[in-house]
Design a protein around this ligand. Structure first.
Ligand SMILES: C[S@@+](CC[C@H](N)C(=O)[O-])C[C@H]1O[C@@H](n2cnc3c(N)ncnc32)[C@H](O)[C@@H]1O
Length: 213
């Protein structure tokens, strides 16, 4: 059974998703700027649980070179910094709806050369389909209703170039609902899904590949 805070969280973001995608984006931006009023609000840089999740995510990837990487919902760039170290040759783009989060991300991982941060809403962002690795972690549950999850799944898959890999990491079993439009997407096939029963919150790492045209 869902706890009261979880129910309130879900109801709040579902209500925002009754607006147009553009209106929803304006409110998400304000909300996440407010949420980032203090540094590292989810303690992503200090919690062992988060570091374990990052390691598990990287260990779940198909082993191959990745040249163009995007992290959607990068917040203050904690995982982006890990990506920059893990893939020293790759171009890396961090995207987040909150400019305040990105200011801290830029302080953590200086831009220039191969790392950049872009303020954008995944529901409306238009980008070249050129990435060979895209991460979307702990972000889909903010998008609300099913039609927004479907739209986000379309948007995420549209970022991938040929033979691209998309990785979605969300709490388990809620991920069954959050990933359902990725699971059924016409241009994606799920390569692996690993469930980690790590306390305090089980999570899953789902890895998708683009289907050949
Ligand atoms: C819980 S944090 C996850 C950070 C990081 N992905 C991780 O797992 O360590 C969620 C982030 O998603 C961002 N976000 C929420 N909705 C978004 C949207 N529609 N487009 C882009 N970013 C969004 C928030 O601003 C926040 O920084």
């Amino acid at each position: 059974m869902r706890s009261l805070p979880e129910l309130l969280h879900r109801t709040f973001f579902r209500t925002l998703s009754l607006l147009s995608p553009q209106g929803q984006g304006v409110l998400l931006r304000r909300y996440f700027d407010w949420w980032h009023r203090t540094p590292d609000p989810w303690r992503l840089s200090t919690e062992d649980y988060e570091q374990h999740k990052y390691r598990s995510t990287l260990e779940s990837l198909p082993a191959r070179p990745y040249r163009r990487i995007m992290e959607v919902g990068c917040s203050e760039g904690v995982f982006t910094a890990t990506l920059a170290k893990t893939y020293p040759e790759a171009e890396i783009t961090g995207v987040d709806v909150s400019e305040r989060a990105l200011e801290r991300a830029r302080a953590r991982v200086p831009e220039g050369g191969r790392v950049r941060f872009v303020r954008a809403d995944i529901l409306t962002h238009e980008a070249e389909p050129c990435f060979d690795l895209v991460f979307c972690s702990e972000t889909l549950y903010y998008l609300g209703r099913h039609d927004r999850l479907r739209r986000a799944s379309d948007q995420l898959s549209a970022l991938l170039g040929p033979d691209g890999v998309l990785v979605a990491v969300h709490p388990w079993p809620e991920a069954r609902r959050l990933h359902r439009f990725l699971d059924g997407h016409a241009s994606l096939s799920r390569l692996t899904e690993r469930v980690f029963t790590t306390p305090p919150r089980p999570f899953t790492v789902a890895v998708y590949g683009t289907k050949p045209a």
